[in-house]
Design a protein around this ligand. Structure first.
Ligand SMILES: *Cc1c(COP(=O)(O)O)cnc(C)c1O
Length: 447
């Protein structure tokens, strides 16, 4: 016992001031600041006092802790999306293109977001992004970018109809997710919603019959996250545009997903070009759904109306930062988006990748139906392939680094490769192998 006392681990623990002179920790302090390094040192000393590490490991433990902190500066964890669902709101919707990622890096410093470098005077904020939008959608005369799709809709209805009536079909009074309902959003903006038609059928005559002296706008919302089937009908954009024109009303269309042009794979998904060509005054949409960009809200359409929205005081509260403007512009000017690539992933290539992974980890290759997700194209399934593993794997895979989010279906964990970049297959294999090893070890412990 006396000997144990002599080996009191506390005795050899280096002092704080000595540790803070360690060259590795001095270098870390230059990058992370003194307080952070000191906290890591104190934590490592505590671990030594608790007998968790040896006294001579304190400096190394603090350095390892700081290194991990630098590698993951936030609590956000990288996720490999093995669900087969392209747009998943819980994991940040659209993954950005390489060009958009590069643009974010560049815009992180000072940039001429609101300055004309030629004259040295203030310039219109985000003009490069607006130009890119107009180049991508020539049917739009003007464009404005706000914080998200909901903000675009709120701005349009507030600026055009506060204190007055907005006509909307009963079949389009949708909840966009997490309890947020369009009617509440619009009512919160101070406009009165006037419901027309019925849940399953609304005709242009229903709108015409509801127009009164207080009507300020007609709104059409794409019911993007559900489908009503059977005996249904809705007024078309050209019909509504004609009615709106006759009554000198703006027609606002919320297309939701942000498709700029028709996508043959998703024939029921409206796109900005077609809706504007059909006569809409303003189209609103998200930037991070099928457009494949950062979170943003787009307003595209008539010059006078978009100018009115731009000058409305609310626009200032909903404005986007330089990072969003940069990533959106790069997405628009770049080539095909990551979202497009995942939507159009070649099933044969997916199957071949699945076969390789299954061979390495001992799973089975099974057909797997992916989806657009993110409140887009309900009912459309994307045929692909997955590696089937035991059901219990899904929870373990979420704890991998990067985390792997798989789908659980019919008592199996399905690792669907549609939305996993091919370059990440090795990470996926490593994560699955680690789970197998952990599961095997647990089984041995029980035996
Ligand atoms: C997704 C969606 C919204 C909300 O857009 P956010 O960018 O999530 O704010 C609004 N309307 C429709 C039709 C949508 O699909």
């Amino acid at each position: 016992m006396a000997e144990a006392g002599q080996q009191d681990p506390r005795r050899g623990i280096p002092r704080t001031d000595v540790l803070l002179r360690n060259p590795v920790l001095v270098a870390a302090a230059r990058r992370l600041g003194h307080a952070v390094v000191k906290a890591a040192v104190v934590a490592a000393q505590r671990r030594a006092r608790d007998g968790e590490i040896a006294p001579d490991q304190v400096a190394a433990a603090a350095a390892a802790d700081l290194d991990a902190r630098e590698r993951t500066p936030t609590t956000l964890r990288r996720v490999l999306n093995a669900t087969g669902v392209v747009l998943h709101t819980n994991i940040g919707r659209a993954p950005l293109t390489p060009a958009a990622r590069h643009a974010l890096e560049q815009a992180a410093g000072y940039v001429d977001v609101e300055l004309d470098l030629a004259t040295g005077r203030r310039a219109r904020r985000g003009r490069g992004t607006t130009e890119a939008l107009l180049a991508a959608v020539p049917a739009a005369a003007a464009a404005l970018v706000v914080n998200n799709g909901a903000a675009a809709l709120v701005l349009a209805t507030t600026a055009l109809a506060a204190g007055r009536d907005v006509l909307v079909s009963r079949g389009e009074m949708v909840e966009i997710g997490d309890g947020f309902r369009l009617p509440d959003l619009i009512a919160g903006a101070g406009a009165r919603l006037v419901e027309v038609g019925t849940t399953n059928r609304t005709s242009v005559r229903d709108y015409a019959g509801a127009i009164g002296p207080d009507t300020a706008a007609i709104l059409k919302v794409h019911p993007s996250n559900f489908r009503i089937e059977g005996f249904t009908s809705a007024a078309s954009i050209p019909e509504l545009a004609e009615l709106a024109r006759t009554h000198h009303l703006p027609l606002v269309v919320d297309i939701g997903s942000g498709l700029l042009h028709p996508e043959p794979l998703l024939p029921e998904e409206p796109d900005a070009t077609s809706v504007l060509a059909g006569g809409a005054t303003v189209v609103t949409s998200s930037g991070d759904k099928l457009l494949g960009g950062p979170q943003a809200g787009l307003l595209l359409g008539d010059t006078d109306v978009v100018e009115r929205l731009r000058r409305h005081p609310l626009a200032r509260a909903l404005r986007v930062d330089k990072l969003t403007l940069a990533a959106l512009e790069a997405t628009l000017r770049g080539g095909p988006t990551v979202v497009e690539a995942f939507l159009h992933a070649d099933p044969d290539a997916l199957r071949a990748r699945c076969a390789r992974i299954a061979e390495e980890v001992g799973g089975r290759v099974v057909p797997s139906n992916g989806a657009v997700g993110g409140g887009g194209a309900p009912g459309v399934t994307l045929g692909g392939w997955a590696v089937a593993l035991p059901e219990g794997y899904a929870a373990h895979l979420r704890h991998a680094d990067p985390a792997v989010l798989a789908r659980v279906e019919s008592g199996l964990t399905l690792v669907d490769l549609r939305c996993v970049p091919a370059g990440s297959d090795d990470e996926l294999v490593a994560a699955i192998r680690a789970v197998t090893a952990a599961v095997d070890a647990a089984a041995r412990d029980r035996a």
